[in-house]
Design a protein around this ligand. Structure first.
Ligand code: ACM
Length: 229
């Protein structure tokens, strides 16, 4: 998993600048990721600027060998991103990757618990999370996202700075009990591999008698699906 917008940078001055770097699904970045996937034998996810007609999205791809398994257009645009990108229209994707249902969300989607919950309800066991985080809270929040949904998450964050923005590093693999399986330092390049059993994200029970997903009361949650008054 690579960060959000890993090949274009993040701090674009305006929409034209990012549109000039945007690619179609079959563009050079996705083709490059496929070649890396073929060479190293791993599925590869990462963020790119995506063009479709006149629209430009902050997107992520998931490839495995020659296959483009999923493309997700970021739904919740952060801060000035709204002046650069069109917001994605969903759905939040869950696709099989080597037999494991895998979901994708991008960076600021973390602050909307509905995203990770939607992915979990659609069966995701592992959530891929390309990021360019500039605030310090996401890594700890992902422990809660994972605990409340019983999923693994892979948050790949940037380091260093661009213009006035300082990225918070701390890329993290989080487990379904909210455990930090690995966290990178805030500075410096870092890559790590953690061995997991995706089956650990299948069982949503909390105790013998309590279940995170089965015990939900959607009959009481209708308010969550209406805009704020
Ligand atoms: C972010 O969504 N890049 C903070």
């Amino acid at each position: 998993v690579l960060p959000e917008l890993f090949n274009t940078g993040y701090a674009h001055p305006d929409r034209d600048a990012v549109a000039a770097l945007a690619e179609e699904n079959a563009g050079p970045t996705v083709e490059w990721a496929k070649s890396i996937s073929r060479t190293c034998g791993a599925a590869v996810c990462g963020g790119f600027a995506r063009r479709e007609g006149d629209r430009v999205f902050n997107s992520s791809f998931l490839v495995d060998g020659d296959a483009l398994l999923a493309v997700y257009d970021k739904v919740h645009l952060f801060h000035r991103e709204r002046f650069l990108f069109d917001a994605g229209g969903g759905p939040f994707p869950v696709v099989p990757c080597r037999g494991v249902p895998v979901g994708i969300m991008i960076c600021f989607d973390w602050i909307f618990p509905e995203v990770c919950r939607s992915l979990a309800l659609d069966g995701a066991r592992v959530v891929l999370h390309p990021s360019n985080l500039v605030m310090p809270w996401c890594q700890d929040a992902m422990r809660v996202r994972c605990l409340e949904n019983g999923v693994f998450a892979l948050t790949a964050n940037r380091i260093g700075h661009e213009e006035h923005l300082v990225f918070t590093g701390g890329s993290q693999i989080t487990g379904p009990k909210g455990e930090v399986l690995s966290r990178a330092p805030q500075v410096g390049e870092h890559a790590f591999v953690v061995e997991i059993d995706p089956g650990d994200a299948a069982d949503k029970s909390v105790t013998e008698f309590s279940d995170r997903l089965a015990d939900r009361r959607p009959d009481l949650y209708g308010r969550l699906c209406r805009p704020r008054d």
